[in-house]
Design a protein around this ligand. Structure first.
Ligand SMILES: O=C(CO)[C@@H](O)[C@H](O)COP(=O)(O)O
Ligand SMILES: [Fe+2]
Length: 224
């Protein structure tokens, strides 16, 4: 699978979201939208009404990362609104299979996110239910945090499980991904790279996306 870059608007200017999305249009593969609710994580960002408005202003597929207490209640709504990918947290979902199926039924790709301390092995049975696994490389809640390299062995184990399963499950990495860390993520098997600060903290976000993509492509090991 080709390298995909998903800039996180968490590091963008929330008062100018349409303009910020336009800065990476035609360069980024996705626009990563971090939904936080002050309950699952100690931060608050935006919700469905803002995502609905954003979807009207950008042609880039929207990748919603739900860091919310009750994803079973809300995730299908994001898919129905038109988000192309909706990711729920394993630690928050109480009915993960039902919710992942509802996301797919609404026409979106279904993602399952794991916090740094959550073992991937517990979720092997869910691989047929998902289109993407998200391995967090920071504790969720804030942009601009330091990359947790202790998560890299888990990322590699996730890649091995996905390859063993044989399906088309993408492996996303999120948190502290930058020019300094992206190659290690690619070497460990990630193929979708979220980057907030490294893109929207740069003078030229589009160029930052291109540079990250080139680094990840160079470091991606041949798999077939
Ligand atoms: O989900 C999250 C944080 O919880 C991320 O998507 C961050 O927004 C990534 O930002 P950087 O670590 O790349 O600055
Ligand atoms: Fe995220």
């Amino acid at each position: 699978m080709a390298v995909q870059i998903s800039p996180s608007i968490l590091s963008a200017d929330f008062a100018r979201l349409a303009d910020e999305a336009a800065r990476v249009e035609n360069v980024a593969d996705w626009l990563h939208v971090d939904v936080m609710d002050y309950h699952f994580v100690p931060n608050l960002t935006l919700g469905l009404p803002v995502v609905e408005s954003l979807l009207k202003t950008t042609a880039t597929p929207v990748d919603c990362h739900l860091m919310i207490h009750d994803p079973d209640r809300w995730a299908p709504d994001y898919a129905e609104a038109g988000a192309a990918s909706v990711t729920i947290h394993a630690e928050a979902a109480k009915a993960a299979v039902r919710t992942l199926r509802a996301i797919r039924a609404a026409g979106a790709r279904a993602g399952l996110a794991l916090n740094p301390a959550t073992a991937v092995e517990g979720y092997e049975d869910l691989l047929p239910e998902i289109d993407m696994m998200l391995v967090m490389t920071v504790e969720p809640g804030f942009g601009g945090q330091r990359f947790l390299d202790i998560v890299l062995p888990k990322l590699a184990r996730a890649r091995a499980l996905i390859d063993k399963h044989g399906g088309e499950v993408w492996l996303q990495v999120d948190g502290g991904v930058s020019a300094e860390t992206i190659e290690r993520c690619a070497e460990a098997g990630a193929d979708v790279f979220v980057a907030g600060n490294a893109v929207y903290g740069a003078d030229d976000p589009a160029r930052a996306v291109q540079e990250l993509r080139a680094l990840a492509e160079r470091a991606t090991p041949p798999r077939w």
